[in-house]
Design a protein around this ligand. Structure first.
Ligand SMILES: *Cc1c(COP(=O)(O)O)cnc(C)c1O
Length: 430
């Protein structure tokens, strides 16, 4: 057993002054057995180190942003240079303009963009904009997708086609969510039926083009196209929440790479290079509604701040020059094959969903294509797996509904070490 005394002591202090000891519930280990989470001290490339000095191979990637790994020298340089000139001014500034230009240039269908401070704000603002543009109120989204923590997005699935959502969180008034409808992902039939019934009230269809938040769930062939057709048939907008997916699976957004350009995008995570960032944008005519040009108000003291913008820009520079995507995908595929082989050898029944460099291991025999099938995977088995991997220095997100992210910093030896740890874990679970 590793000595985790300093980590435990830090976390004990955290519990007194921060609810649950964490500043975001996803960091808690409640979903994986409830041990205190590890308190980290430092990151370097594919690794991070806890306050007791233990090294972990990192597959969390900060929940997505750290596509280049920790403390990439070019990103650090960019942050240092920007910080030396003062952290922010509340005025227009070159870095935000450079990042906006880059995004507009490299993301298909992004005619204009507004930078925000988080992905939550990006999605919230894109929805407000779609409502402003269409003059309608209903948002159609999908069960099990996460779109940040704004009131309206904390809506659980309605079960039927036009079932009105109910809140996922205390403190969200019923009135806020009555215009939000959640449908099962990957079901064209239900989507089409819903839009036939209430399409004239729908402002937008909002979706992750590859879902990352019920575990990795790719769209079925033709599904994104069906979303776009269903939206446009009734004069609604299609919004892709690419907060995870943009610049993760290839250089640019994933919607166009899969053949479907949305009317609006929400982005975040990678485009901030590890600092807080978000962005929303899309069609020129729609963006003319944004204040101060138009009547849709949206703002932010720290929006487009120089540090986040320059860290994001440096990250995009490295991604564009190095094009690490094929290599990352190959490592992820090796990892996938290794885990499947280990499961086979030690009698574990698992399903792996992988898209590019991101994958999710589901404990169970069933194919996972929506939230219902994702929920059928065994949480107890995952919790055990998580604990055993952690004890061997492999850091996985502490939830069965998250992804393992392979970054550009991972080496083949890291993947081998991870597969070996996986074999030992499955041997102990058998
Ligand atoms: C992380 C995430 C968000 C929220 O972004 P924050 O920066 O945490 O506010 C929104 N949508 C998706 C798809 C995400 O993965």
């Amino acid at each position: 057993m590793q000595d985790t005394s300093r980590s435990a002591t830090w976390f004990e202090r955290a519990r007194h002054v921060i609810p649950g000891g964490v500043n975001s519930p996803a960091r808690s280990f409640r979903a994986v057995g409830g041990d205190p989470p590890i308190v980290m001290a430092r990151g370097e490339g594919a690794y991070f180190f806890d306050v007791d000095g233990h090294r972990y191979i990192d597959y969390l990637a900060g929940f997505g942003p750290l596509v280049l790994g920790h403390a990439h020298p070019r990103v650090l340089d960019a942050i240092r240079q920007a910080a030396a000139d003062g952290a922010m001014w509340g005025t227009p500034a070159p870095f935000e303009i450079l990042l906006a230009e880059r995004l507009v240039h490299d993301v298909e269908g992004l005619d204009q963009v507004r930078l925000t401070t988080t992905g939550t704000e990006a999605v919230m603002s894109a929805i407000r904009l779609a409502r402003a543009f269409t003059g309608r109120s209903v948002v159609v989204k999908f069960e099990g997708a996460y779109h940040g923590h704004s009131d309206g997005m904390l809506v659980k699935a309605g079960s039927g086609a036009s079932t009105v959502g109910t809140q996922d969180s205390l403190g969200v008034p019923a009135g806020v969510v009555q215009d939000v409808i959640s449908l099962p992902y990957n079901d064209v039939e239900i989507l089409t039926r819903t839009m036939d019934q209430i399409g004239d009230q729908v402002a937008c269809i909002l979706a992750e083009p590859i879902v990352g938040n019920m575990g990795i769930v790719p769209p079925r062939e033709g599904y994104l196209q069906a979303m776009r057709d269903a939206a446009h048939k009734v004069g609604a907008l299609l919004i892709f929440d690419e907060v995870i997916t943009a610049f993760r699976f290839g250089y640019g957004a994933v919607g166009p790479a899969l053949g479907v350009v949305p009317d609006l995008y929400a982005m975040g995570k990678i485009i901030g290079g590890g600092l807080p960032a978000g962005a929303y944008g899309g069609r020129f005519d729609v963006m003319q509604y944004v204040s101060p040009l138009g009547g849709m108000f949206q703002a932010g003291t720290f929006a487009g701040n120089p540090l986040s913008s320059s860290a994001g820009l440096a990250t995009l520079d490295v991604l564009r020059e190095d094009q690490p995507y094929a290599r990352m995908e190959q490592l992820a595929e090796t990892l996938e094959q290794g885990i499947l082989q280990a499961a086979h050898d030690y009698g574990q029944t698992i399903t792996i969903n992988r898209a590019g460099s991101a994958l999710t291991v589901f404990f169970g025999p069933q194919a996972v294509y929506d939230y219902d099938t994702a929920k059928q995977a065994d949480g107890g088995q995952f919790a055990r797996f998580h604990q055993l991997m952690l004890a061997q220095g492999i850091y996985l997100a502490p939830s069965r509904f998250e992804a393992l992210f392979v970054s550009a910093a991972h080496q083949p030896s890291d993947i081998d070490e991870t597969i070996e740890a996986c074999r030992k874990s499955f041997a102990q679970m058998a």
